[in-house]
Design a protein around this ligand. Sequence first.
Ligand code: TNX
Length: 772
Amino acid sequence: MNFITIKTILLFSFFSLFSVIVRTQSNEYPIIPVPAELVPQKGSFTLNDKTQLYFQNTMDSSFEEAFYLFREHLKRSTGFDLPKANTNSGKNIIICKLNTNLEKDEAYKLLVSRSKIEIEAKTPIGLFYALQSIRQLLPMEFEQTTLSTSTKWNIPCCVINDAPTFVYRGLHMDVCRHFVSVEEVKKYIDQIAMLKLNTFHWHLTDDQAWRIEIKKYPKLTTVGAYRNRTLQGHNNDYPRVWDNTRTGGFYTQEEIKDVVDYARKRFVTIIPEIEMPGHATAVVASYPELSCSGGPFDVEGRWGVFNDVFCTKDETFSFLEDVLTEVAALFPSPYIHIGGDECPKVRWKRCHACQQRMKDEGLEDEHQLQSYFVKRMETVVHKLGKRIIGWDEILEGGIAPDATVMSWRGIAGGISAAKQGHDVIMTPSEAMYFDFYQSSLHTEPLAIGGYLPIERVYAFNPYVKELEPKDLKHILGVQANTWTEYMPDAQHREMMVFPRVAALAEVGWTSEKNKDFDSFAIRLPKLMKRYDIMGINYSRAFYSVVGTAINDGGLKLKLSTIAPETSIHYTTDGSDPTLSSPIYREPIPVGEKEMVVKAISVKNNKVMYIPYERSFIANKAGGQKVVFENADGVRFEQNGSGNLTDCTMGGRPVSRPDWFSYAGTDGSITIEFEKLTSISKITFSSANQNNVLVYSPKSINFLVSEDGTTFFPVGAVWHQQMAAAKGKAIVSFTPKKVKKIKLEIAMYGIIPNTEPNSGEMSALFVDEIIVE
Ligand code: TNX
């Protein structure tokens, strides 16, 4: 045997050993987020009615308090009391020790042996987190609210040394678009705590409601907490459909105090968000004098961004100071979130008071006026002993001196803020928006748009590579956002948040070198079983079949699932797949003829999720190389230009995945065929949904080339023709052998004043270029 073979064998056995370790560890120690260090040991500790509890050198009662909830919980499902021991010398004992040598406040050490459990922590939080780990090592029946007499309460032996990577690990919830009861908020906080997240960002005010009682301004809730109608379906749907039932609700200050205390016991900080200067329709509906025009206004029932924002007159600032004074007294959090996102400037441009303010303060434009607004509010918040957080728009026109930025429009705002020496919480929509679709199945319940499967959440690293090492200290951590426009009830909200939140937890807690999706994917189903017991309506999209178009000697459909130990069964004749349908083994050729592929994922003989279903059209351009060029402003959805030749039509509305889209200058799309291909018809299929700023192009020139360099025109189509043909531009010609086709696209551009949304930039959405 030569050296290379030996080395290969050694390497190979090392890797297979490694994956065996990961697998057994993940199976027997299914802790999420995965601990920084976990060394498995043989045997297990068994909890029983004789198990005792001992607090060693813990100074005050705070450690015992941190244990309290676990003890209560344990009593419910096991019936064991955990009486206190007099000494630490016995067996069958849980010992909690103060260890001031641990580096981080949230760190803990856990030693589970056959005879005892030892927990070391520097603070009560560390102890609380050690208990969350023990919880996930206990049988899942621990989650029951009733006694389980048949369970053996074993905890596998191990040594754990654990601490978080990021100090800020947050989950947000918008309770304005739909009211969320106190009970549901508490259930949410329970889940936050179990996964060692430490912050709940409570989005309390928006255009569609004001949800927090403010004693000095009762109309904020008598008027602002209710609306008369709510949009049904998607904001992009036309015509609009309304539910005309009056809905709403708010939290009294007593209820807020109760929730804050509930969160405190679970080591969760609540950051309240009071939106300003935009997203303020509910306020100006209640107190129209705080707007530029004076109103009147209704609390909004549509989704989106609205023009009637806070006016920058003095009355607004005294109102907001009063409001924040009451808010600050309710929340012990060191931060108040002041929003700052999506504030249109149209009213300020025409408002005498705002224009005067700009003159007096020497402000050049309305962005600087927004910056003035935020800075002025920062001084108010400082007076209240707290600091501000704002969405990344607060960078525009100059950031307030001490502000922390939540970067949501991608990571650019976060990078820029960190470079300027500001703290940052990363919450980019493409990785952290739980209102996005979590599978690409067209049968997913309606969502706002986007595509965010759990593995994309998992893959996010808040230490984005564009940051320089010196700026990393400003990245406090990560947060996911649950905007609820399309989540009308608790069941639906849970479906969108769980289990993606488990991936978030690992992003916030686990260092990049310890992150491993395969191990996570083994641990996740165990958490799902706990969710079953806890009555959480989590999504099983983790098990969905994913279809990817690949070009491998023609266009083929690759089917896969990210869930381990699942197989895929499929059909191509339109019939519903069953356990006896063929097992998928290799990519399926598509695009030659019309075809429907349906597929299910199966684990332990059970169908795991709603079937994958995709209709394919015949398209000679299927899988061929596409080049899109324009001077600027390219913005892609999902697969970008690959969507143009994937033989599938985009879902409606256009917010669903599968579209190629951009807003910008004129451009061209070139398709290059692998071999000379005879063609006689090209169809360009776009969306022309003017109510949502989506317009078919002004015109398209169609060209073909036999040698790949010289192009000849074969037709041109104008916007009016496309508008009349539901966005389609079709050219037919006598058959030609071609190497390339090119579409020269003149964009519709700025929307003219004869149309809705005039003055705004239109966007182009194309789902397919079909060549016959
Ligand atoms: C933008 S994220 C918003 C919210 C919407 C959300 C929907 C942010 C700071 N503002 O008002 O609910 O998009 O994804």
